[in-house]
Ligand binder design. Structure first.
Ligand code: CA
Length: 407
């Protein structure tokens, strides 16, 4: 009880310090009296702790902080549009990434063969993730991880999550996987070229060049094998592709989308779903499970994806992200062309409008996966079901017109 009281007093003092305009003094006190006991308990030495936080200051410019006189979500964030699919698949950027990816695949042929032998993940998929996360390392990842994670653990809206990540970052240094000064992070606190949060790094980063360090900042073997190790640990199936673009006849409803409505490729084919551009699904897929994916509902390309598509989503939860990686991989490996169907102009709704529709669907008893303003597959298909139930053609995507109807 006394410890609890002491902890409470300390927190109150720190918060008062942060408010009083001395965030760094408050941060130092928080490090000494709150974080250090936890780190010590987790096996971190005083030396590692001090080295990690030497010269580290609070970064008040980070997003999602609770700062003096600011308790509401900034307006900018409320008004943000969700990423429209068409913008996500910018043709010029995809073509450039594919060209660079092909060059890297050629240059590191033996490395990718070794990784595929060990983890079962092909080079084109690893390159797709590497490209998306850091433009094959060309993106600047300049921030001190202890400053980013420390600020978020001290002042952020999701303090508990970042406190765990901060302790994981200290553990990385304690175990000697990487020196403290090497831990460079993005604005969001993700580490190195594969952009792994520290807890993920601890689980999945590997030393593939055998120098004793898991260097996801500079070593191409470590970067690429760490991505493969992550995918393998999440169940990547050797020899299985991510999926195929298809055409979906009007008789097959877009409400059949989603990982919980899988059918065999043979069944989809029997229902009239065809590979875009013609031709049958490859041999060996007939009995495999496939899942309908329509990221823009009836307003864009459709896909039958495999279990491996959902392994890509373990790296980043977004359907568009996983699709980008798979598609870029196809372009790297087979010089594949862009999608055959075009992404329609779906009107660019702000996230707050999509969230309002989601709350309406929730009120009607549908599980849309949370009113986050992002039209994921659950939102898409319940929109489609609502449309069908109201005598409309299911389109499975939020639009301006639907916003007016779904009130
Ligand atoms: Ca290494």
């Amino acid at each position: 009880m006394r410890r609890l009281l002491a902890a409470f007093l300390m927190l109150a003092l720190c918060a008062a310090g942060a408010r009083a305009g001395d965030p760094d003094g408050a941060f130092r006190r928080w490090l000494a009296h709150d974080l250090w006991p936890a780190a010590h308990g987790a096996g971190i030495s005083r030396e590692v702790f001090n080295r990690a936080f030497a010269g580290v200051r609070v970064n008040p410019k980070l997003p999602d902080l609770i700062l003096p006189g600011q308790s509401r979500i900034p307006k900018r964030q409320r008004q943000a549009e969700f990423g429209a699919p068409a913008r996500y698949f910018n043709e010029r950027s995809l073509a450039a990434l594919a060209a660079r990816g092909r060059a890297l695949l050629g240059r590191h042929k033996r490395l990718f063969a070794r990784i595929a032998a060990r983890y079962g993940v092909p080079g084109r998929i690893i390159l797709g993730i590497w490209a998306r996360e850091s433009n094959y390392g060309a993106a600047r990842i300049p921030y001190n991880a202890f400053s980013i994670l420390g600020t978020q653990a001290f002042l952020g809206r999701r303090r508990e999550l970042f406190r765990r990540e901060l302790l994981a970052a200290l553990t990385i240094v304690q175990k000697g996987y990487a020196p403290a000064k090497a831990l460079k992070a993005s604005w969001a606190g993700a580490l190195g070229q594969p952009q792994m949060m520290p807890s993920f790094y601890l689980k999945y980063a590997v030393d593939f060049d055998g120098d004793g360090r898991r260097d996801i900042w500079r070593s191409i073997p470590d970067i690429t094998a760490s991505i493969a190790s992550h995918l393998a640990a999440h169940g990547w199936k050797r020899g299985l592709d991510w999926g195929f673009e298809v055409t979906v006849p009007a008789s097959v409803s877009c409400t059949l989308e989603g990982p919980d409505q899988g059918k065999s490729f043979a069944r989809w084919a029997a229902m009239g779903v065809r590979r875009a551009g013609g031709g049958p699904f490859p041999k060996g897929y007939v009995r495999r499970r496939g899942y309908l994916l329509m990221p823009a509902g009836r307003f864009g390309p459709a896909f039958i994806v495999t279990d491996n598509f959902y392994v890509l989503k373990a790296y980043n939860m977004s359907d568009l992200y996983a699709l980008f990686v798979g598609h870029l991989g196809d372009r790297i490996r087979w010089n594949a062309r862009s999608f055959r169907a075009v992404w329609g102009d779906v009107g660019h709704l702000p996230r707050s409008d999509v969230a309002a529709m989601q709350r309406r669907l929730e009120a009607l008893g549908h599980d849309v996966g949370g009113a986050d303003g992002l039209p994921g597959f659950k939102t898409r298909r319940y929109i489609g079901r609502w449309q069908a139930a109201h005598g409309l053609k299911p389109r499975c995507f939020p639009t301006q017109r639907l916003k007016a109807l779904l009130k």
